[in-house]
Design a protein around this ligand. Structure first.
Ligand code: ADP
Ligand code: LRH
Length: 485
């Protein structure tokens, strides 16, 4: 057939979805087959992902998707499931916001100093990098029992196909990969007593990852064989692949639960300056490096909405647009905002501590969050250009945040650059296009981006006002280095 269908399973921290992409010569259409909430659960031992409910959502989604030519899976990074000697899952995967990694980094750095770790892995400090999680788990009964470790998308692929692998873009978020060789950092793992034998062999986006098991075909009503294709299984890698950019003079911001803001490069930046600015070098499609900074993102707003009993977001954003700009800002790169709970209070406290007006109403708190995110976007885009020696003319915003017009406009204003917003479901589109490419339906990364630019709805925001206001707001956060402990 001229048009082929691909199912993209895309699991974000706030929701999971199964999308169907239809790819023909010069055409690309995406529809939603099924969306389901991703609700972490706090049990006595800590915060856990409800992985069985997510897997059930995947099966429901594949059933709703109908006939497809292949399936691909991407999800949030760093987290994993452990399997015992029988291949059975040992407990619910630990959530990256769980407190078990508090103060673990200092222990790791006593063995491998932070500067050496960065030079070898290129990964920014985040308490939840898999390396720190495995260190935190070292004495646990569960890890002692484990024979295999599968990152979240690889775990779901295993349940769907019975086959195991470790997809490279997501493996690069473990902090156990050397971004220059794009292979395991054996020396680092050895020194920290991390057993790389737990990981299944590496596979790359586009590699075959098995076929749906007979039981899965039965449960989803699909007719086999249905191949599963490895995609850029880190959701941010899939989203960056789907940035509809032309050339290389662009910055991107993947907005959702997180804001991931930076550049696409051909080689990692491993300088000490880059480390102290807390920029990461994650691996992208086709030998690219995702040089970016993690910013707390719309998590700040999600947590406030949860605290307020989930009021209507559209109405709240309209009210927030009427609040005077830049009254107070917080450091949206600060990992003090990582844990769940009490978010309106924590934001108010941060404003008070930095001597700024304390936002009181829901609209004021929302405006403070959006101004703070736009400011953090500006800082990341500026710092990335300076650290990587690459100038940009445009900022692409992709992901759920593209539905927030105020955030997109504020980001354009803060950066002093035009913003092109869209696609919203970038991760799913990147997932679809890598599958289509594996079947010879699209060309290289540049061709994928041309197809996106010509088929997906995009909105352009021109910068307004003087960027010096943003520079001045940033000065109020002086003494807040981005994210480092
Ligand atoms: P993730 O993949 O991390 O779960 P998404 O990319 O799905 O996140 O983005 C979710 C975010 O998108 C929400 O937290 C919300 O702030 C924003 N969003 C979703 N729908 C709307 C909307 N209708 N208006 C404004 N913002 C929206
Ligand atoms: C976004 C994301 C991000 C990671 C975080 C754990 O969903 O994958 O790139 O840093 O989750």
């Amino acid at each position: 057939a001229a048009v082929k269908s691909y199912a993209a399973v895309d699991l974000g921290a706030s929701s999971g979805r199964v999308m169907v992409g239809r790819v023909g010569p010069g055409s690309l259409e995406l529809t939603e087959a099924h969306r389901f909430p991703n609700r972490p659960v706090r049990v006595p031992e800590g915060l856990r992902w409800d992985i069985l409910s997510l897997y059930a959502g995947v099966l429901d989604g594949l059933k709703a998707a109908g006939t497809v030519d292949s399936v691909g899976i991407d999800s949030w990074a760093v987290d994993y499931g452990l399997l015992d000697a029988d291949g059975a899952l040992l407990g619910n995967p630990v959530h990256y916001r769980d407190s078990r990694t508090d103060h673990v980094a200092e222990k790791v750095w006593a063995t491998v100093p932070a500067a050496e770790l960065y030079a070898a892995t290129g990964l920014q400090y985040a308490p939840f990098n898999t390396l720190y999680q495995l260190t935190a788990a070292r004495e646990s009964a569960q890890l002692a029992q484990a024979r295999q470790l599968l990152l979240i998308p690889d775990l779901l692929a295993y349940w769907l196909t019975g086959e195991q692998g470790t997809e490279l873009t997501n493996a690069s978020t473990t902090q156990l990969i050397d971004p220059r060789t794009r292979d395991w950092a054996h020396g680092i793992a050895d020194r920290l007593g991390i057993d790389l034998g737990l990981f299944a062999p590496l596979r790359r986006p586009g590699d075959p990852a098995g076929v749906l098991r007979p039981v899965v075909l039965e449960e989803t009503g699909l007719a086999g064989p249905v191949p599963v294709t490895a995609v850029a299984s880190h959701d941010t890698a899939s989203a960056v692949a789907a940035v509809p950019a032309d050339g290389e003079r662009f910055a991107y911001i993947c907005t959702g639960t997180w804001s991931l803001a930076g550049l696409e490069l051909d080689a990692p930046v491993l300088t000490e300056e880059s480390r102290t600015a807390n920029f990461t070098n994650e691996l992208g499609l086709d030998g690219t490096v995702r040089y970016l900074r993690n910013i707390m993102g719309l998590w700040l707003l999600q947590e406030c909405l949860r605290a307020w009993g989930d009021p209507d977001l559209g109405a709240l954003l309209l009210d927030a647009a009427k609040v005077p700009a830049l009254r107070s800002v917080v450091d949206a790169g600060d990992s003090a905002f990582l844990a769940p709970g009490r978010m309106p209070e924590r934001i108010a406290e941060a404003c008070r501590a930095s001597g700024q007006p304390v936002p009181a109403t829901r609209a004021e708190i929302t405006r403070c969050i959006l101004d703070s995110l736009a400011l953090a976007h500006r800082t990341a885009v500026e710092d990335a250009q300076q650290l990587a020696g690459r100038a940009v003319d445009v900022v692409h915003i992709v992901g759920g945040g593209t539905r927030n017009a105020l955030l997109c406009q504020l980001t354009a204003d803060a950066c002093g650059l035009p913003v092109v917003a869209g696609p919203t479901e970038a991760a799913a589109l990147g997932n679809v296009l890598v599958q289509a490419r594996a079947q010879g339906r699209v060309g290289d990364l540049a061709a994928m981006r041309r197809l996106l630019a010509s088929t997906q709805p995009l909105t352009r925001y021109e910068p307004r006002g003087d960027t010096r206001r943003w520079e001045a707001a940033r000065a109020r956060l002086a003494g807040h280095p981005p994210g480092l402990p």
